[in-house]
Design a protein around this ligand. Structure first.
Ligand SMILES: C[S@@+](CC[C@H](N)C(=O)[O-])C[C@H]1O[C@@H](n2cnc3c(N)ncnc32)[C@H](O)[C@@H]1O
Length: 268
């Protein structure tokens, strides 16, 4: 099915709408490359995308430079197969041969190493205890080559501490980010993604995330406990209207925003 067909098909292709609403893999890979170069003073080659889902970041990574190699790891065959049938097939064969997809847990012991290990879209928030998160960060540490980096995105702000639903109009459809709950005792929160195509009923709970809201200081401390010699926080700049401008810079102090997204980078 082409992208145009996916938008019109009677069958609802949730990954197609997820991609249009949530993902920007072409920007993500530029940030990863730039950050590695700033820290190491040389260019990276290999990227390991943990919790890769449809592995769109792997696909953009091998497109970005001829020598780039990507490894994607996810436990669920459903998004992996979607990526194989929709994104992988769009690549040239010289790009395809530089991607390796591994259907395993990110906690598996025998995963390959890379210059950059990335955990995107807050996927590690599914680990709800310090012990589990430490185990994952240790696995990420083992997966980073000496001198390499681990990049984990994170989000927060006062808006994430209460139930709320935000609609984004994409013209032919709406995307809803629905925070259903927040428990201040455990910091656990339940999120859903809903979609509504124009003229159709709202499709509820197309994606569900049962997460713990980790804070930046917790993430940094646990990364350091896992072995990273240093951690840096990359905070997003703001436009004149007060929105995020998509440019992330290393900071030692953040801003008190209602909702923010940032990256914590661990250096090995
Ligand atoms: C929030 S989605 C993010 C997918 C992708 N990174 C993205 O940005 O769209 C979380 C992904 O983590 C995967 N996952 C959950 N537990 C995992 C585990 N222990 N090991 C590997 N993948 C896991 C799920 O199958 C799912 O594809």
């Amino acid at each position: 099915m082409t992208k145009k067909q996916a938008g019109k098909s009677k069958d609802f292709d949730k990954y197609y709408y997820y991609h249009r609403s949530v993902q920007s893999p072409a920007n993500d890979v530029k940030f990863l490359r730039k950050t590695y170069k700033q820290i190491r003073g040389e260019a990276p080659e290999t990227l390991r995308e943990d919790f890769c889902g449809t592995f769109s970041i792997c696909c953009e990574w091998v497109k970005l430079k001829k020598h780039h190699q990507a490894i994607g790891i996810d436990i669920d065959p459903e998004p992996i197969n979607y990526g194989r049938n929709n994104y992988y097939t769009e690549l040239k064969s010289s790009e395809q041969e530089r991607i390796q997809i591994i259907e395993k847990s990110v906690l598996a012991k025998d995963l390959p190493q890379a210059d950059i290990v990335a955990a995107q879209n807050f996927s590690y928030y599914l680990f709800k205890t310090r012990k589990e998160l430490l185990e994952y960060y240790k696995s990420a540490y083992a997966g980073v080559k000496d001198g390499g980096i681990f990049v984990a995105d994170c989000f927060g702000g006062s808006q994430c501490m209460e139930p709320n639903e935000e609609e984004t109009d994409h013209g032919d459809f709406s995307y809803y980010w629905d925070q259903d709950s927040f428990d201040p005792v455990t910091n656990e929160a339940m999120f859903y993604i809903h979609f509504k195509r124009k003229g159709e009923k709202k499709r509820e709970k197309m994606f569900t995330y049962d997460w713990r809201m980790w804070t930046i200081p917790e993430i940094r401390e646990i990364m350091e406990e896992a072995g990273f010699k240093e951690t840096r926080v990359y905070w997003e700049g703001t436009t004149e209207d007060g929105d995020g401008d998509g440019e992330f810079k290393a900071v030692t102090k953040g801003e008190d925003c209602e909702a923010w997204v940032s990256y914590v980078v661990g250096l090995k």
